[in-house]
Design a protein around this ligand. Structure first.
Ligand code: GCU
Length: 610
């Protein structure tokens, strides 16, 4: 009996998840839609035993016959005899967007479920459709609206939405999110990462009001290899044929009208000669309007080409050196996820101060605003999904998760000129299952977007004084990118690492994704004393000498712009749960190595002047 019941429950769950959890693909350019921001103070309830989700027999309330009983019911005790052991109205509040770890000392290391609830007033119109849109929730989100389950989303760094047209009420509405940041072996990322597991609603939340025939997705980008032929595509959410779509770029006095096909799509090409091509030196963005019946979307889009040829990376046909730095989505001065445009602009401004023209947004999709700022500020971007370290390579559900996160990243940022690389992962141990898993992700990236480079941060190994890269994944990707920690994790002191040489199997442009070492800002000693700024300074000088031996070196993103929080860094004097490889400390202090890299990039700017 028990087994039969369990298997019936499983079947119900699978059916339930198929019916309730299908989502409309995420809205392109939410910023340009008619939205009500749901950012602000949300009440929250910490629920380590998921008491608000499971009954005492550990059956989910929202799958019970009544579907009620969970914290999503959002009841307020009226009948004094009824036992209700929670109350959102009387619970504390936290800021959304915002991780919970940095908003409550009790929650600094908390991993588990927190329920968050926001009430808001609406005046829904009959001929409109309504969606609740999340920029990201880390890691698993169960979303309820006016007591009804909308669905579930997994993945801590990509946007998602649910339609609420048939649930939204005139007057007060209640939105409840069960956010759970528990790490699990079969997820993406898996249980072991070197960054803080910030949980919660970490990015913007909107109520979007859409016309019936709204455009949920569109693309306007140069076709591969062309500086004048553009691909223009639009998808209407309800796949209506015969709808007029008007594309206009006022500055170019361009206006063209297209009509959707039987699938509600526009898929056209148009030629625009004499485009001012986007580049770090000329971050030209065009105001683009896309009008349909009932909607007028504004975007700012740059046009450029990116390609590899032999050992060179060609930006708009010219060889470029990627003067980069790696960045985590964290504000070092006010530890926590980057919360606003101000935070993000600060990080990118620090990179530009170091003469960077490129950033690696490690190890997961960053805030969409970060990529839009890179468009505006003229900074090239390596974007990445958190296929990080020891993933469950043989689990098909894990692969589907990774594929979905990569797809959502590419769908979201495909119109951003600054993004030149889709990375399918970081530092993953070699094995046949891993090669299949990541090789398939490379194919997915190329299928979704044949205009950008595809890469991954590979691993190297050593034989004697030779650093060897022969990772089979190198066959499939456009760049030779690898992490190498000579002078910190191996190889002796900084002055000893220049004895190494490289044996790289592939004749492709080399963009080193990581090197570096820790320094406690303000700790000074000689160049052989670990943790001192002088040690890190010497390490950077010798790493640049070492890497300059690589003829095909065309860029680097040393690890990392700023110190960042990590539960893996426990030294009580030098770390205290901080990874100290930053070139800027958590107080904003530029360490000595900052100026070594700044000077090197200044030289490369002169050598590769446009
Ligand atoms: C690895 C990894 C980083 C990590 C770094 C380090 O290469 O990619 O995420 O923080 O090394 O050890 O500091």
């Amino acid at each position: 009996m028990f087994n039969l019941r369990n298997s019936l429950l499983t079947i119900c769950w699978l059916l339930f998840s198929v019916t309730c959890y299908s989502q409309v693909s995420t809205l392109q350019n939410i910023q340009s839609r008619k939205t009500l921001s749901l950012n602000g103070k949300w009440n929250y309830i910490v629920d380590p035993y998921e008491n608000g989700y499971y009954d005492y027999r550990h059956d989910p309330f929202d799958q019970s016959k009544s579907g009620s009983g969970g914290f999503y019911d959002d009841k307020v005790q009226k009948d004094k005899t009824e036992l209700i052991e929670y109350n959102f109205d009387l619970s504390p509040q936290m800021n959304v967007p915002g991780d919970w770890n940095s908003q409550s000392e009790k929650l600094e290391l908390y991993e588990g479920t927190v329920w968050l609830r926001r009430k808001f007033n609406a005046e829904p119109l009959k001929d409109k459709r309504y969606f609740i849109y999340f920029g990201a929730v880390n890691y698993e989100a169960h979303v309820y609206f006016n007591g009804k389950k909308l669905g579930v989303h997994k993945g801590g760094f990509t946007p998602f939405q649910f339609e609420v047209t048939d649930k939204i009420k005139a007057g007060e509405n209640s939105l409840v999110v069960k956010a759970d940041n528990t790490r699990k072996p079969d997820e993406i990322p898996t249980v072991n990462t070197d960054w803080w597991n910030y949980g919660g609603i970490t990015r913007d939340v909107f109520l979007a009001e859409m016309p019936v025939h709204f455009m949920n997705d569109y693309k306007l980008q140069l076709a591969k290899g062309s500086t004048s032929l553009l691909n223009f595509s639009v998808q209407l959410a309800d796949a209506t044929a015969g709808q007029n779509i008007i594309l206009s770029i006022p500055e170019l006095k361009l206006e063209k009208t297209y009509t959707t096909d039987t699938e509600g799509k526009v898929n056209q090409q148009l030629t625009i000669n004499k485009l001012s091509l986007w580049s770090p030196e000329n971050p030209k963005l065009y105001a683009v309007n896309i009008k349909s019946n009932g909607e007028n979307i504004q975007d700012k889009i740059g046009f450029r080409t990116i390609a590899v040829k032999g050992n060179n990376i060609l930006l708009n046909g010219k060889s470029v050196f990627l003067r980069g730095i790696s960045i985590h989505d964290e504000n070092p001065l006010l530890a926590g996820r980057l919360r606003s445009e101000g935070d993000m602009r600060m990080m990118l401004q620090w990179a530009k101060e170091m003469n960077c023209n490129y950033v690696r947004l490690a190890h997961y999709p960053h805030n969409e605003e970060m990529v839009r700022l890179a468009d505006e500020m003229g900074i090239l971007v390596w974007a990445e999904v958190p296929v990080y370290w020891t993933i469950s390579w043989t689990n098909p559900v894990t692969y589907a998760n990774a594929k979905q996160q990569l797809t959502d990243l590419i769908v979201r940022d495909k119109n951003r000129a600054s993004v030149i690389v889709w990375s399918v992962g970081n530092e993953t141990p070699l094995s046949e299952p891993r090669h299949l898993f990541m090789g398939n992700l490379v194919d997915v990236a190329r299928t979704l977007d044949d205009t950008r480079l595809v890469a991954a941060a590979l691993e190297v190994h050593r034989e004697g004084n030779t650093i060897i890269l022969n990772d089979p994944l190198g066959e499939k990707i456009d760049l030779v990118s690898f992490n190498e920690y000579a002078g910190w994790y191996w190889g002796g002191t900084p002055s000893e690492i220049t004895r190494y040489s490289f044996n790289i199997k592939y004749n492709k442009p080399v963009v080193v994704t990581e090197f570096g070492g820790d320094a406690l800002g303000g700790f000074h000693a000689d160049a052989n004393t670990r943790w001192s700024e002088e040690y890190q300074e010497a390490l950077y000088k010798n790493q640049i000498t070492l890497l300059s031996k690589i003829d095909a070196l065309r860029g680097m993103t040393p690890w990392i712009l700023t110190d960042f929080r990590s539960p893996r860094r426990q030294h009580p004097v030098y770390q205290n749960f901080w990874n100290r490889k930053g070139l800027i400390s958590e107080t904003g202090k530029r360490k000595l190595a900052f100026f070594v890299l700044k000077d090197f990039y200044n030289q490369m700017q002169i050598k590769y002047k446009y």
